[in-house]
Design a protein around this ligand. Structure first.
Ligand code: C2E
Ligand code: MG
Ligand code: MG
Ligand code: MG
Length: 281
């Protein structure tokens, strides 16, 4: 913790002297080396099935600890990784790690799935489907254990092409989710044309649930609409028992957020699942 604090302070002192452009270049140079230097790791955040009370999936969230500058938030380095194309090798590395991890997790939780965030620049590559299925195959994990999270802004432009690609992913066995639903400019009329399985309601709606009745209306409407389209719904960013209760009343299928658990490192997953199962028998 102390190392983390001092790392952050040093970074702030350091970057205060630099203009924005050189700060980005510095971070970019660090990021280029992050993979080979083993500075990236994954935290997993549980997703609970609200009906069975079981943990049904874990979302893989990438983390970067750079020795000189400390922790860098994904909100900062993912956009940079996207601009530089580094997101492609990073995501391939992450999927491979997730394959190794899911095999270990299946020893004690045989139905567990892992959700993986996919960036638009990667999705748009011609051989995206082949890349992913090749990694799953090489590491001997069936794609049905992976849920790919895509945002509306990834699939809405070139909707026709996206449909083709999503169909191919489905044929491989991957599960598909729309992440941060409600924040993009979504065309509801298009939604039913995408072969997706899950809608993840963006956490901004969940956060405001108790403050604005409008948000409660939006959330319950999204849930109803999703069910009419035969989609499951995940509520993201569930932080309180009140939010969880409301979502239960609205027949929401799954919940994810600090109320259930914060993202954790892989070595904490087994104990968490076992304790959770013991309490929610
Ligand atoms: P996301 O995919 O929507 O992930 C959910 C984010 O919400 C995560 O932030 C998670 O830690 C945070 N979160 C979960 N529950 C709560 C809660 O109850 N309250 C609050 N306040 N926050 C909560 P994180 O890990 O900082 O990731 C941020 C974003 O970075 C992700 O949003 C995703 O878009 C992106 N990201 C993370 N890992 C990857 C990755 O491997 N690849 C790509 N392309 N993007 C990633
Ligand atoms: Mg996500
Ligand atoms: Mg999200
Ligand atoms: Mg997001």
């Amino acid at each position: 913790q102390q190392a983390k604090e001092s790392g952050r302070n040093r970074f702030e002192l350091y970057t205060a002297k630099l203009d924005y452009q050189s700060e980005v270049v510095t971070l970019e140079n660090y990021l280029r080396k992050a993979l080979e230097r083993n500075e990236l790791f994954i935290c997993y955040q549980p997703v609970v099935n609200m009906k069975t009370k079981k943990i049904e999936a874990l979302e893989a969230l990438i983390r970067w600890k750079q020795p000189d500058i400390g922790f860098v938030s994904p909100a900062q380095f993912i956009p940079l990784a996207e601009e530089t194309g580094l997101i492609v090798p990073i995501t391939k590395w992450l999927l491979k790690q997730a394959c190794i991890h899911i095999k270990a997790i299946h020893q004690f939780a045989p139905h567990m799935k892992i959700a993986i965030n996919i960036s638009a620049v990667h999705f748009q590559q011609d051989d995206f489907v082949e890349q992913l299925s090749a990694i799953a195959k090489k590491n001997d994990v069936h794609p049905r254990f992976f849920k790919l999270e895509l945002t509306e802004s990834t699939i809405m432009p070139n909707a026709e092409e996206s449909v083709q690609k999503l169909v191919q992913l489905k044929q491989c066995g991957f599960k598909l989710a729309i992440d941060d639903f409600g924040t993009g400019f979504s065309s509801l009329s298009y939604l039913h044309r995408f072969p997706i399985d899950i809608l993840k309601i963006d956490q901004s709606f969940i956060r405001r649930l108790s403050l604005y009745s409008d948000d409660a209306t939006i959330v319950s409407t999204i849930i109803m609409m999703a069910h009419h389209l035969h989609l499951s719904v995940v509520a993201e960013g569930v932080e309180t028992g009140q939010q969880y209760e409301f979502l239960t009343q609205q027949q929401c299928d799954m919940a994810q957020g600090y109320y259930i658990a914060k993202p954790m490192q892989i070595d904490e997953v087994q104990r968490f699942i076992q304790e959770w199962d013991a309490i929610h028998e």
